[in-house]
Ligand binder design. Structure first.
Ligand SMILES: Cc1cc2nc3c(=O)[nH]c(=O)nc-3n(C[C@H](O)[C@H](O)[C@H](O)COP(=O)(O)OP(=O)(O)OC[C@H]3O[C@@H](n4cnc5c(N)ncnc54)[C@H](O)[C@@H]3O)c2cc1C
Length: 552
């Protein structure tokens, strides 16, 4: 046995003693499940660890230090399109925190929930329903089986009024690489007041898209379900009107403030990928649907070259006033604007039963999709958005969709685009050209994450079982990133396989991040490679910092 095998054997033995045999898995079948991705990226872990308490996480870390085995923590490991439970490198033990699924505290007056990593959107929804508590789950398109804490750490977002999920985090508890416990200043003082910042430097942020600890608890602010929620949909009948639509969206966000959640501008191909099957016989043979075909199919499905979706939250009077303002702001550009609440959708659905034939079936299907979309906007999770991942890789199952398990090919390209007409046009033209050159459609959605910025989510969709398609997707993502960066569009989040494309020892930002990492995790044991400089550059960064004692 060599030294490495000895260390692994020693660690496995110590972890089994600390957690129990069932909580330490190292059989090939178990390891293989954790190596699945929605791309051809895959690494080999040495073990899967399933701690159930804060104390067990501390033991996991201390044993990792003793035997020098790196750890990769995941909450539910369903970061589909941005990674999964796959560590960035071979040889890590995956710390699967899904058994830590308690809602530790809930402050009904302030709307503060203290959650463990395994609390999913679905778990929180059932918990709130059982207690008759009228709060919204911070839903995302990823569905009920995804962790709230994992999503917040990734700085994920949704469409409910608290759209920026890390912004809603007011306190963090984490195990540091030396096995000690970190708590945010207010939490550490035993105070729960909903104030995010505390006094002194703001350290919590280092845990989001970070690799300096294992987060075991988080207090998040939840939005109360208001008296009324009303979705609005609008149809932009010509691609040439994108610029006017962008200006109108910015106007609505600036005018209506927090009454309106995030607004989505969805291209025709995105609408199709979310709502229709890929045309029979054409699935992923390296060819793409021509723009005219996409437009024709979208029109047949009742969509337009660009579709807008958003929601108004508030009292009935507030909603009525915003409805009027939104209708007026969109009058110049939208061919049609439709406002819909779940009550109205239910009433119309009841009426469609009296319409005979195919038309009624089509209408019933559209209304069901709208009803599920409304549920997401009202903070009730569901799997409505997940079939998107299956567009090029077969039929989704009826429930419990899992794009990695089902070998769907998906890589998200998610850059920030300013809500300016000229920037949006420049961006859309650029990504359409790059996607076409690599034989991919460009199913773009621009989602407002503030009144200043859109995040674009562009899914590269393919069949992950086809090696050639997976290679092509990787090449296309790299081209999008490189050309996008040159044009000033940078992602807000990315798959671990691309981390080395952003970390760079030349920049003060990454030199500083590396220095913090080195100070807290000198053995590089937590998520190595997730956000660190490539190994050869770490030495450069340290030397540069040493040579620059007065560097600011
Ligand atoms: C069709 C579709 C739609 C989607 N829609 C959305 C959307 O609307 N919004 C959105 O944000 N995302 C969306 N996603 C992306 C993704 O699936 C979700 O963000 C999902 O919630 C992330 O996975 P997770 O919660 O299991 O986190 P995990 O995979 O568990 O973790 C995510 C990252 O955080 C780190 N991490 C997790 N837990 C810890 C911890 N306890 N301590 C330290 N580090 C930790 C992990 O190492 C990993 O890098 C979508 C995906 C698909 C396929």
């Amino acid at each position: 046995m060599n030294a490495m095998t000895n260390r692994i054997e020693g660690a496995l033995c110590a972890w089994r003693k600390a957690l129990g045999d069932d909580a330490v898995q190292f059989e090939n079948d178990a390891l293989r499940v954790y190596s699945l991705d929605t791309s051809d990226f895959s690494t080999s872990p040495v073990a899967i660890l399933l701690p159930a308490t804060l104390g067990e996480v501390q033991q996991v870390v201390r044993i990792a230090v003793q035997f020098l085995i790196p750890l990769y923590p995941v909450s539910t490991g369903r970061n589909w399109g941005y990674g999964t439970a796959n560590a960035p490198k071979d040889g890590c033990a995956i710390v699967d925190l899904s058994l830590m699924s308690h809602i530790r505290e809930f402050d009904v007056e302030l709307g503060l929930a203290t959650l463990e990593p395994g609390v999913t959107q679905g778990v929180l929804q059932s918990w709130l329903e059982e207690r008759g508590l009228s709060f919204m789950v911070p839903t995302t398109g990823a569905g009920p089986r995804c962790s709230l804490l994992g999503n917040a750490l990734e700085r994920g977002y949704g469409l409910t009024p608290i759209a920026d999920h890390f912004a809603a985090v007011v306190a963090i508890e984490a195990v540091l690489p030396d096995g000690t416990v970190y708590r945010s200043p207010m939490m550490d003082a035993g105070v729960s007041n909903g104030f995010k910042w505390g006094v002194g430097p703001y350290v919590d942020g280092l845990f989001s898209q970070g690799n300096i600890g294992i987060v075991t608890g988080m207090t998040v602010a939840l939005a109360r379900r208001p008296e009324h929620v009303e979705a609005f949909y609008f149809w932009i009948d010509s691609d040439a009107d994108l610029e006017v639509a962008v200006n109108s969206v910015r106007g609505i966000l600036q005018q209506e403030g927090s009454n309106v959640g995030g607004i989505n501008l969805m291209s025709a191909s995105r609408f199709l990928a979310m709502s229709e099957r890929f045309p029979e016989g054409q699935a992923d043979k390296g060819q793409i649907l021509a723009a005219e075909v996409i437009e024709r199919l979208a029109r047949r499905a009742g969509a337009a070259p660009w579709m807008g979706v958003g929601a108004i939250y508030g009292s009935r009077r507030h909603v009525a006033a915003s409805r009027k303002a939104i209708r007026s702001a969109l009058s110049r550009v939208a061919g049609r604007v439709l406002f819909m609440s779940s009550t109205k959708a239910r009433r119309i659905a009841a009426l469609t039963r009296w319409i005979p034939g195919n038309r009624s079936r089509r209408l019933a299907r559209t209304l069901e999709t709208m009803r599920q979309g409304l549920a997401l906007l009202e903070g009730r999770p569901n799997e409505l958005a997940l079939p998107l991942a299956y567009w090029k890789s077969g039929m989704p199952p009826d429930r419990d969709l899992d794009p990695a398990r089902d070998r769907c090919g998906l890589l998200w390209y998610a850059p920030i685009v300013p809500i300016r007409a000229a920037d949006a046009r420049r961006f859309v033209d650029l990504v359409r050209a790059i996607c076409a050159a690599h034989a991919f459609e460009a199913p773009i959605t621009l989602t407002s994450v503030s009144e200043r910025s859109f995040d674009c989510t562009l899914p590269l969709l393919f069949d992950a079982t086809c090696a050639e398609s997976a290679r092509r997707a990787d090449k296309c993502w790299r081209a999008l990133f490189a050309e996008g960066r040159r044009a000033g569009f940078l992602p807000y989040r990315l798959h671990p396989r691309y981390a080395a494309m952003v970390t760079n020892s030349e920049t003060p930002f990454w030199r500083t991040a590396q220095k913090i990492k080195d100070a807290l995790d000198p053995l590089d044991l937590i998520s190595p490679g997730r956000w660190t400089l490539p190994f050869e550059e770490q030495a450069v960064a340290i030397t540069t910092i040493q040579k620059e004692p007065h560097h600011v």
